[in-house]
Design a protein around this ligand. Structure first.
Ligand code: ARG
Length: 459
């Protein structure tokens, strides 16, 4: 389709090296949609008659149907999706098809296709994130009273409601949704009409295409428009961040599902066995998700490295944007789906989490707070409770078992009411500030999310 000035055929090796049809074929619905919009622009500019525009649109829709049905033969010799479709159109409707590429280059065409694709996929991922949040919420609602030790440094720290731990992930995924919504604004700009790099001498009303394709804005610089892939880099960052959040839950799930923790039971449907050890029930979904995050991060680095050092404007390097983009989108979508399914069917083993939370040392901070509320400066209180902890360990006596006289050896501020502090329920109830895990707060958060997630909130 560009061989006018060439005398020698493209080498087979170069064809194999340069083709992108093996992966960009999946842009076909967007390529067709974009071309129909371009035909409308050409009609508006007087290049096509109304009848010709119609014929082109009809031919393109037929081609789309053929591809949908798996009846279209993609040709490597035609390099990419754009030339495959255009060539099929001309075969189908003759010379009218040959008018379609007027005032257009594959440079603005591919920029448009990828934006349309990203727009669709970003919307879908936004919805899948809501699905993931709903699955976590359901798990929290199924176990509203389950308690669990909260950890820092993977050492037991302070007691929390299990629901509070799950709500933490819901917050993370909400930020991911916010990032996608923000990126969406920069995806949602229409580049068609930028031509190869300098627009066209044919007077185009680009707004005609923008309206047809539902874009609220037009790109404002033709050179930038054909070479801008910032939105892909941004999206790949957002997807990496989603992956990193999923990988962090994966790590928790893997720990929780181990015999050492035993906090959670995953459904048989979401675990696998070992070909050698009959007793095994492995959390493969979580492990795979943790593993796939490596690829997501790799894809981000890949696009950033491709973009670095490109002179203006379009360079063929940009063809390398697609495989990492497609891979990250596919990976995040299936990971969110499978994870949501797994979490909504998981069970928290409440006796075991309660047992772990009965570790008296989880209340050490609360004893220090008790002293503070009676006027002891926190640093002194911290030291007193540190000594009390050493005593408890040496004497093998839990805080609850240590008699009051003994408490008073450490500080005469201790009184009878210290034993009230030594209850997990009291400890939770007292944590009332915004964001803290008192049962009242957690319940309010659960109802808030319930309402919020029910609302359809597409981008
Ligand atoms: N397959 C190319 C890509 O994905 C399409 C644009 C080709 N443009 C060109 N001037 N060779 O980037």
């Amino acid at each position: 389709m560009w061989k006018g000035r060439f005398q020698v055929e493209t080498s087979n090796l170069v064809q194999a090296y340069g083709e992108s049809i093996s992966f960009d074929w999946r842009l076909y619905p967007y390529d067709v949609e974009g071309s129909i919009a371009h035909a409308a622009v050409l009609q508006d500019a007087g290049i096509l008659t109304k009848a010709e525009e119609k014929e082109i649109a009809k031919g393109l829709r037929e081609i789309k149907k053929e591809i949908d049905a798996g009846e279209f033969e993609f040709k490597t010799s035609l390099e990419d999706i754009h030339m495959n479709i255009e060539s099929a159109l001309t075969e189908k409707i003759g010379d009218v098809g040959a008018k379609l590429h007027t005032a257009r280059s594959r440079n603005d065409q591919v920029a448009l296709d990828v934006r349309l694709y990203c727009r669709d996929e970003t919307n879908q991922i936004h919805e899948l994130l809501t699905g993931m949040q709903s699955a976590l919420l359901k798990l929290a609602q199924n176990h509203p009273e389950a308690v669990v030790p909260g950890y820092t440094h993977l050492q037991r720290g302070q007691p929390v409601l299990f629901a509070h731990h799950l709500l933490a992930y819901i917050e993370m995924f909400e930020r991911d949704k916010g990032r996608l919504a923000d990126c969406y604004k920069r995806i949602n700009v229409m580049p068609l009409g930028s031509g190869a790099l300098a627009g066209s001498t044919i007077p185009l009303n680009r707004k005609v295409a923008a309206e047809k394709l539902n874009f609220p804005a037009l790109t404002q610089n033709s050179m930038d428009a054909v070479s801008d892939r910032d939105f892909i880099a941004e999206l790949l960052f957002d997807l990496s961040m989603i992956g990193i959040h999923l990988s962090r839950i994966s790590e928790d799930v893997i720990l929780w599902a181990s015999a050492e923790f035993g906090f959670i039971e995953l459904s048989d449907a979401h675990t696998t066995g070992s070909s050698l050890m009959p007793q095994k029930k492995n959390p493969d979904v979580a492990e795979l998700t943790r593993g796939k995050t490596g690829r997501l991060t790799g894809n981000l680095v890949s696009i950033l490295t491709t973009l670095k050092g490109l002179p203006m404007t379009y360079n063929r390097d940009l063809q390398e944007d697609k495989e990492p983009l497609f891979d990250s989108i596919d990976t995040v979508k299936i990971a969110l789906e499978v994870f949501a399914e797994m979490m909504s069917e998981a069970k928290i083993k409440e006796e075991i989490t309660a047992e772990a939370t009965s570790d008296p040392f989880l209340l050490a901070t609360d004893i220090a707070d008790y002293l503070v509320l009676k006027g002891v400066p926190f640093r002194h209180a911290h030291e007193i409770v540190g000594k009390l902890t050493a005593y408890s360990l040496n004497e093998k006596q839990a805080f609850q078992q240590i008699p009051l006289q003994q408490y008073r050896e450490f500080s005469d501020t201790f009184e009878d009411d210290v034993y009230q502090v030594l209850e997990v329920k009291t400890a939770l109830k007292a944590r009332k500030a915004t964001g803290a895990p008192s049962p009242g707060n957690v319940n309010r958060q659960i109802s808030k999310w319930q309402k919020k997630l029910e609302k359809k909130d597409s981008l």
